[in-house]
Design a protein around this ligand. Structure first.
Ligand code: OGA
Ligand code: NI
Length: 259
């Protein structure tokens, strides 16, 4: 974990021209670097997003600088994927679907890594580093170098600060878990705030099915009292939604799937 954080941190310290080689507005690029302006003109976050699984297919597109990046991120990602698959089995079992439910689809599923670098907060600026959102996949496993994550408590509609002991991984359920479980498990709305003390690195590993594989409500969880609540969709449908909806992000992708 430390080596992954260090590799990420070293990447963001590279000269801007080197990082810009990965810049693109095309969200289907296998590797993409960018900065986001939550409000105002000062970037509140720089990010590097790339596909991870299978490594043999995607690693060749990853940054070659810093020289440790591929090996250290590759190792970290593979371990995180193993954790995600195990957790997924436990959750499927908990839902009464059996731990091998759609086993092949999860096994060959897509893993995406979103690496974030938040600057430390200057005096008097907005403190939001990443605006409130839910993640797209079934599960997100997040590692962060210091505190900053906040989760929305649905019962009180207030933000809760998430503790960040060293070497702790956060697990969020994402939109696809809400779909698959027909709403029994709710996606987690979260945000990141900037730290007055130090810059912050975080890495979110997002797990879903491959590009064109549809995720739908588990038929076992549908009956007369509990009709199907969500339409099926693929990761590709999600990407299409995000690109077509950039100007008027009124409705989240999950909301667009509700029946
Ligand atoms: C994300 C995310 C939170 C954080 O990348 O999707 O929610 O703490 N990150 O950086
Ligand atoms: Ni997130």
């Amino acid at each position: 974990m430390d080596r992954a954080v260090e590799a990420a941190s070293d990447f963001f310290k590279l000269p801007s021209e080197t990082k810009q080689e990965f810049a693109s507005d095309d969200i289907r690029q296998p590797v993409r670097y960018g900065t986001s302006l939550t409000d105002g003109a000062r970037p509140s976050r720089a990010f590097l997003k790339h596909y991870v699984h299978p490594l043999s297919e995607w690693m060749k597109y990853w940054p070659e600088k810093p020289p440790t990046y591929r090996e250290d991120m590759g190792k970290f990602s593979a371990e995180v994927r193993r954790v995600a698959l195990q957790l997924m089995e436990a959750i499927l079992e908990g839902l009464g679907l059996g731990k091998h439910y759609q086993h092949d689809e999860f096994e060959r599923g897509l893993q995406l890594l979103q690496v974030n670098c938040y600057p430390k907060e200057p005096e008097g600026e907005s403190a939001i580093g990443l605006a409130p959102h839910s993640d797209h996949g079934f599960l997100t496993i997040l590692l962060a170098s210091c505190p900053g994550l906040e989760v929305l408590d649905r019962s009180t509609n207030t933000w809760r600060v998430v503790q960040q002991p060293r070497h702790v991984l956060h697990v969020h359920v994402g939109d696809l878990m809400e779909v698959l479980s027909n709403g029994r498990i709710k996606t987690v709305v979260h945000r990141a705030v900037l730290n007055p003390g130090e810059a912050r690195i975080s890495m979110a590993s997002i797990h879903s099915f491959v590009m064109h594989e549809k995720v739908s409500v588990a038929k076992e969880l549908v009956d007369e009292q509990d009709p199907e609540k969500y339409k099926e969709s693929s990761f590709s449908d999600f990407l299409d939604y995000v690109t077509s909806n950039v100007d008027k992000k009124r409705m989240s992708f999950l909301d667009s799937l509700r029946m």
